[in-house]
Design a protein around this ligand. Sequence first.
Ligand code: FUB
Length: 450
Amino acid sequence: MREVSRVYRFILYAQMVLMGELAFAQNPLIMDQFTADPTARVFGGKVYVYPSHDILAEEGKGRTGWFCMEDYHVFSSADLIKWTDHGVIVSQEQVPWADPNAYSMWAPDCIEKNGKYYFYFPTRARDTTYNGKGFTIGVAIADNPAGPFNIQSTPIIGVRGIDPNVLIDKDGQAYLYWSQGSIYGARLKENMLELAEEPHILGELPQKGLKEGPFVFERNGIYYLTYPHVENKTERLEYAISDNPLGPFTVKGVIMDEWANGCWTNHHSILKFEGQWYLFYHHNDLSPDFDKARSICADSLFFDTDGSILKVTPTFRGIGSQKATEAIHPDRYSLKSDGVNIAFNDTLDTFKGWHAVLGMEEQWIQYNSVNLRQGLRQVIWKVRSPLGGKIEVRLDGTSGSIISTLVIPEGSSWQELKSPIYGYESGIHNIAIISKGNSVDLDWLRFEEQ
Ligand code: FUB
């Protein structure tokens, strides 16, 4: 017994060492790999995000120019700012019925029932044994939201399609939703592994245009069926409502518009955490030239008094209030003046992020919700200015009080510089950075006590 617990402790320790902690408060949420199709859930007071994991196809692995996914990671956060990567939870090679050449581990979901975590994932089956040809949906079960997950030996019988989503209603009945051109739904048996009835097509949705990625939740007795839909050329996020988990649904409107840059997909989930609703979605921020290498993002979501969802405008700033003592990346701004540009730090390695270019005097950038506690004495900057520049920090808008000014010596290399902080009131502030001279490139800044 003692031996078993020692082994168990060793496994836990090894998992902790392998887990990466990624401090990044802004969008995209994950900066060291591509992530897509985020399903966010609250388990044990933390947010867990189960995304798909885009990789780039290569010789013998996937199809060039198409989605390529071989496994799933899960990420968690207690504050919506620091995300911990718990590593791979399920991979294609572990799924006995999966086609080993598919690389099609598309959008997943995870839900808790009676202390067990059920992870639902689509992939292509290796043959027609279970549900015919093409995509079907498998399940893996764990005692903890981050695994280890035990993959079931067969997919769910009777399901053909992608993008599983599960709702457990207030009476404990579970429903599985998925898509295959249209959106389908069916009750699940108590075991969460089998359909309890023939699938229904949720047919009151728009007839024209692909619909996929269903995400259903309940609020104040209203069931919201939210889904990406190609109304025009690419996907946008829409929703319909009903007083029943399987409809009939009434189409209500758009949650998020199509991507301006033509990124073909969007895929989302909606959750309430500590009193606030959030929309998790994806965009190809780290891969602007290839829209099948995507990155997950999150923004706040609000309801009108009649229960309708207010349209969400995607931001770079994202969610969560950020500690002033951790790197603030103004390229993930809340607001900016005309003319401020955002550029990759290294176009050959986009995971290195961006910097902001304040090209002219009086150009500015604003970054909201920074937590300035008492006792901060100086600002550390990573900046450069070929002709030498000057920037100032103001609190709560471009005409707020100046709390620090930095003079940047001329030079084309990045420099880490310091500027003293004058008096300020502690609390959450929106920080404005204003150029007072020649062109300045700004990578990050952080506040320090010393
Ligand atoms: O990530 C692959 C597919 O793209 C998803 O399953 C769809 O929802 C779309 O996001």
